[in-house]
Design a protein around this ligand. Structure first.
Ligand SMILES: [Zn+2]
Length: 106
């Protein structure tokens, strides 16, 4: 039997924990239903397919898949489960402006 460990802190889940938690994260492209046009013409679809092919040029199959759908599954110990629930999506600090016209007026 393989050792089951917390995917975040490597703590053994069988030896030290009475309970373990499964964390599933699903990241998928979201589309606005209003963008779906049932009366689209074949020429519209060809244009969309051409744009899609151009957008994915140079990407691997895994990279293309990740732009549409990605699922993660993790095992967590009690401590890591509690910490995750307290802050499941940590905010990233704002990035400094990269262009001169994005600089604040002085
Ligand atoms: Zn843990």
């Amino acid at each position: 039997m393989s050792e089951l460990a917390c995917d975040r802190c490597d703590r053994s889940l069988l030896a030290f924990e009475d309970v373990r938690y499964e964390l599933r994260i699903e990241v998928k492209a979201a589309y606005d239903p209003m963008e779906m046009n049932p009366s689209a013409q074949p020429s519209d679809l060809k244009d969309e397919i051409r744009k899609l092919i151009e957008a994915t040029e140079g990407l691997t199959a895994d990279e293309i898949e990740a732009t549409v759908y990605k699922e993660f599954k993790f095992d967590l110990c009690l401590r890591c489960q509690r910490e995750f629930l307290q802050d499941p999506l940590p905010r990233r600090p704002p990035e400094p402006p990269t262009q001169p016209w994005e600089q604040p007026w002085e």
